[in-house]
Ligand binder design. Structure first.
Ligand code: BGC
Length: 763
């Protein structure tokens, strides 16, 4: 760095430091924001065009990849660019040592010494893993979800990371899509609340604190609607679905001050999301006034050529930059194409300045200019990562994520003494699968297995017999076709163990690597030979508790018909086995509710609770001409919002303050919920609305409120909800938010099939 520039740069750093000492009220914070803007603008003034473009370039570290690596991505090339100030961000570099090493190059060896922002997929934890996000959504416990993101942020920031590519807020109605495990399910209302909780958890109150990281709302937008659930596929949806279903969680993240957004791999109605001016400029940056930056998805800028939307790399770089993609993840083409595009007058330098301003602002907010090594404290890394407190926190949210799907004859909770229990299933002894597929920083096999969990309850005799594996060998980066096992040699021993047992606990489902990115499946039954194993064991002893471990809804229709007790145990992260066992033994009374509909059959997909009524919803004429399939019921196997407890709840006395309201009035609703069973328990009280007539047809039900309550046995609580024009309005087909007078029905209960109903009119 030449000495004048260096002096200038360090003056900036000092002024930033001074401003950071003055944080006591909101006015000062906003003046700080103003100061950051001034710093950033003065820095931009002294940057060459090349250096600005460098800030818009993000490289992966030199190991884990989540996409193809082209030749330009060689380690040598990346180092060369890093040294010449052509890299603004790196991803997947982890650990204080490794981060310091790349940060030193950026800060000490480049002309302006601008620090890197280090991104990482901290999806449900860094080393200590929480449940996969879909599972966590099943807790409907916003406090627990926020806490889990806080734990993830604390560990990641202690390991040198500044920014996570989470939360994924993609709504999806298609469990064939492998990435449903990474989101909050099918509902925009629940999804919005969870999006905000996760952003809050990651970013905290102060982004420059050493235990917080910047969050990223992804994938903007509509990736969850990839046709037929096939990964990286096309998306064709109308304006109503886009605005009413897909966008709300993104808006909620933006309102929660999320610092970054990520593009999506899909096209949306013919335009790749990465190059969509409509999404990025018109909606995100203009309408929502989003001030952070947008990162592309892995090579998604370059892939616009493959999509047939851009003629070549140069064209792709132009389209993405003009649309508002600020940072190029792993396409290597901003760095090779943007300079010429500016020099030729095709892309105005103001576009580049805007992108760079956004990126530098977030770096400032993280405190990286003040001290680029603030997240590189090795002692802190040792103390924080995998701490006991974190293990406890993830166990807490893991228990809350479990959903009791069926419990005939109160087979659960298990008796703690005098029982012979046969534990069956390859997944029962798995220590790797519970970690899910997003666990780049975690060591393999560090999850607590169900077997280990069960072994802690010494009052019963436990016999473990695997029966069958789900997959064979290495499941990392391998197509399922190659790994599904057909080996039934363990059946015999499992059947024998079942015959001799009082109760059989079977842990079946998907391996952690069977859901996640690039893990779409057409068949959502139990994979491999597990269904057969279940049926064979059932013949030997029908007293079965089926524990599912999976990353998506499964079509377990046979099991629902025959197996007396079913527990949805997902992939619950590091503490999986402990959480599941505590629920099986009743040390934790399950309270989770499904965030996504479970179909009876894969052919029902997309199946979701907030569907439209159609013109022929019921079989009035008693003939075939109504909206249905002729070979299966219309209903799901388990609806959205469903989940049982070891106690029971009764809903009564739904009251709406009056029968008609003006549009501006709040609508107060109350309901009495009683614990009618024999145990203390938690219940998610859910409120759904039906707008009976709309200029755009309205769903049969929409979640508009929920509250998680805890009741002692015999206790009754009055739960109150308030609706208003924001919750009752909707987006019309031009993307305008409107509210229409008319009649509404309100349903309150413990699932989307709640029956208790009251009505009101909006005038
Ligand atoms: C995924 C993103 C992820 C990125 C970086 C992509 O393949 O779609 O969600 O953040 O890789 O690892």
């Amino acid at each position: 760095m030449n000495s004048n520039l260096k002096r200038f740069f360090y003056t900036l750093v000092i002024i930033t430091c001074m401003s950071c000492n003055n944080k006591s009220n909101t006015t000062i914070i906003s003046s700080e924001e103003l100061e950051i803007r001034e710093k950033v603008d003065s820095l931009i003034q002294i940057m060459t065009l090349k250096e600005k473009i460098g800030q818009m370039n993000q490289y992966n570290g030199f190991w884990d990849v989540t996409g193809p690596v082209p030749e330009e991505g060689s380690a040598e090339k990346k180092y060369e660019h890093l040294k010449s100030g052509m890299v603004g961000s790196m991803l997947s570099v982890r650990g204080t040592k490794a981060v310091r090493a790349v940060q030193e190059i950026a800060v000490e060896e480049t002309r302006l010494g601008i620090p890197l922002i280090i991104g990482f997929d901290v999806i449900h934890g860094y080393k200590t893993l929480s449940p996969i996000p879909l599972a966590e959504a099943a807790s409907w416990d916003l406090e627990a979800i926020e806490k889990s993101a806080q734990v993830a942020a604390a560990e990641a920031s202690a390991a040198g990371i500044n920014w996570t590519f989470a939360p994924m807020v993609d709504i999806s109605r298609d469990p064939r899509w492998g990435r449903v495990m990474e989101g909050a399910g099918e509902d925009p209302f629940l999804g919005s609340k969870i999006a905000a909780a996760r952003v809050k958890g990651f970013q905290g109150e102060d982004l420059s604190a050493v235990n917080t990281i910047a969050a990223c709302a992804k994938h903007f937008a509509a990736y969850g609607f990839s046709e037929a659930g096939k990964e990286y596929n096309t998306v064709d949806i109308g304006s109503s679905t886009l605005h009413n279903v897909v966008l709300p969680p993104f808006k909620a993240a933006a309102d929660a001050n999320v610092k970054t957004f990520m593009n999506a791999f899909n096209d949306l109605n013919g335009v790749p999301a990465t190059g969509s001016t409509y999404l990025l400029r018109d909606i995100l940056k203009d309408k929502w006034d989003f001030k952070g930056f947008v990162v592309s998805d892995w090579a998604s800028i370059k892939e616009m050529v493959v999509w047939g939307h851009a003629k070549n790399n140069k064209d792709a770089a132009k389209i993405a930059a003009l649309a508002g993609s600020d940072l190029d993840m792993e396409s290597y083409i901003y760095v090779s194409e943007l300079e010429a595009l500016v020099e030729e007058g095709i892309v105005e330098e103001a576009v580049i300045d805007d992108a760079v301003r956004r990126i530098l602002t977030v770096k400032h907010e993280l405190g990286l200019f003040e001290d680029p090594y603030r997240y590189c404290n090795e002692a802190r890394e040792k103390e924080v990562v995998n701490s006991k407190a974190h293990q406890e926190a993830v166990l807490d949210v893991a228990k809350k994520s479990i959903v009791l799907l069926k419990n005939e004859n109160q087979l659960l909770p298990l008796k703690k003494e005098g029982q012979k229990i046969a534990l069956i299933g390859g997944l029962a002894s798995e220590k790797n699968s519970p970690l899910g597929s997003w666990r780049i920083a975690s060591k393999d096999n560090t999850g607590v297995s169900v077997l280990e969990g069960m072994q802690q309850y010494k009052g019963n005799e436990l016999i473990y017999s695997k029966g069958a594996d789900v997959t064979t060998g290495d499941t990392h980066f391998v197509n399922e076709l190659k790994i599904n096992t057909t080996d039934k040699s363990g059946f015999k021993a499992a059947i024998k163990a079942a015959k001799n047992a009082d109760v059989v606990v079977m842990v079946l489902g998907e391996h952690g690597f069977q859901s996640g990115e690039a893990r779409s499946r057409v068949d959502i039954n139990l994979p491999g030979v597990q269904q057969e194993l279940l049926e064979e064991v059932y013949k030997a002893n029908p007293n079965i508790v089926l524990v599912l471990n999976n990353g998506r809804p499964l079509a377990i229709t046979w099991a629902d018909k025959h197996i007396p007790a079913i527990v949805e145990g997902w992939q619950l992260g590091t503490q999986t086995g402990n959480a599941i066992t505590q629920v099986l033994y009743g040390d934790y009374n399950p309270s989770g509710k499904l965030p996504m509909t479970f179909p009876r059959h894969v052919g029902q997909i997309p199946i979701y609770y907030n569907y439209k009524n159609t013109g022929r919803p019921v079989n009035e004429a008693n003939n075939v001409f109504w909206s249905h399939y002729s070979d299966i019921e219309n209903t799901p196997l388990y609806p959205f919002g469903y989940g049982l407890s070891y106690t029971t709840f009764n809903y009564a006395n739904i009251k709406i303050e009056k029968s008609s309201f003006t549009i501006d009035e709040p609508i107060n609703i109350s309901v009495e919920v009683a614990n009618t069973g024999g145990l203390k328990g938690k219940e998610v009280v859910q409120l759904y609305v039906r707008d009976l007539v709309g200029s755009v047809t309205r769903p049969v039900r929409e979640l508009k409120g929920f509250e998680l309550i805890e009741l002692d046995k015999g206790e009754t609580k009055t739960v109150k909800f308030t609706l208003n024009k924001d919750t009752l309005g909707f987006f019309d087909n031009n993307g305008n938010f409107i509210i229409e007078p008319g009649d509404f029905e309100v349903y309150v209960g413990g699932s989307s099939q709640a029956e208790l109903m009251a009505k009101f009119e909006l005038k």
